[in-house]
Design a binder for this molecule. Structure first.
Ligand code: HEM
Ligand code: HEM
Length: 179
């Protein structure tokens, strides 16, 4: 089943969810530790930039898919719970867009755009500007921590559903079939 239903996530949504999870986890680790990678650090940070742009593309496709599919409902959710769920998911999406856009803006304004096969990939319409690069770098760092906090809350909520409420919320996002 590729598409979502009112109760379950289809395989496409699950694929997008876990792919973005793996990409973001890698980007966060590489983002914080690239300077410790010695002689290959130039290649490592360029790879971070390229994977970041790939993630932006995937997040756009994922959002389009999500908006064109039913949203599985949380079983027995109270009004407040629904509001919190929608707010946290919405903020996570905002951070998923803000991270790659601020990163791309930062490196373009700093004159260090990503390179793919020798070809520079600057953000269109952005000239070199030290102050702008500094501002975008601040946004990239603050958003990184915002995303880490939001995802931690998100994981705690998933675990609460599974172990305390004992409902299907975690199981239905897990890969494979479930009852
Ligand atoms: C979802 C996408 C992305 C995530 C989750 C992510 C995450 C991170 C994190 C956690 C850091 C370390 C904290 C910081 O210094 O800001 C970082 C650093 C960095 N990121 Fe990203 N990033 C993403 C996309 C990008 C993109 C698209 C670019 C450029 C095209 C980029 C360029 C950089 C650079 C140059 C640094 C090093 C900054 C420094 O150490 O001064 N990032 N990233
Ligand atoms: C970088 C890490 C993560 C991000 C960015 C993320 C993002 C999201 C988003 C945006 C949704 C809303 C559904 C959609 O729009 O497709 C979602 C749903 C979900 N996520 Fe995550 N997630 C992450 C990690 C995790 C982890 C580690 C777990 C499990 C422990 C998890 C469990 C779930 C579950 C169970 C749902 C479904 C909630 C529902 O039924 O409405 N997520 N996630």
């Amino acid at each position: 089943m590729l598409r979502n239903t009112d109760m379950k996530y289809g395989s496409m949504s699950k694929f997008f969810h876990w792919l973005v999870f793996l990409l973001v986890l890698t980007l966060i680790l590489v983002g914080f530790f690239w300077e410790d990678t010695g002689t290959i650090k130039g290649t490592v940070i360029n790879t971070h930039k390229l994977i970041g742009l790939l993630t932006l593309t995937i997040v756009i496709l994922r959002l389009l898919w999500t908006l064109n599919n039913p949203k599985p409902q949380i079983p027995n959710a109270k009004r407040l719970e629904k509001v919190v769920e929608h707010t946290v998911h919405g903020l996570i999406y905002l951070a998923l867009f803000g991270m790659p856009l601020s990163g791309w803006l930062m490196v373009t304004a700093a004159g260090r755009p990503p390179h793919l096969f020798g070809q520079a990939l600057p953000m269109p319409g952005i000239a070199q500007d030290k102050a702008l690069a500094g501002l975008a770098a601040d946004v990239h760092l603050v958003l990184a921590w915002t995303l880490i906090v939001l995802v931690s809350l998100h994981v705690l909520a998933a675990l609460k559903h599974h172990f305390i409420d004992k409902d299907i919320v975690l199981k239905r996002m897990w890969p494979g079939k479930h009852t």
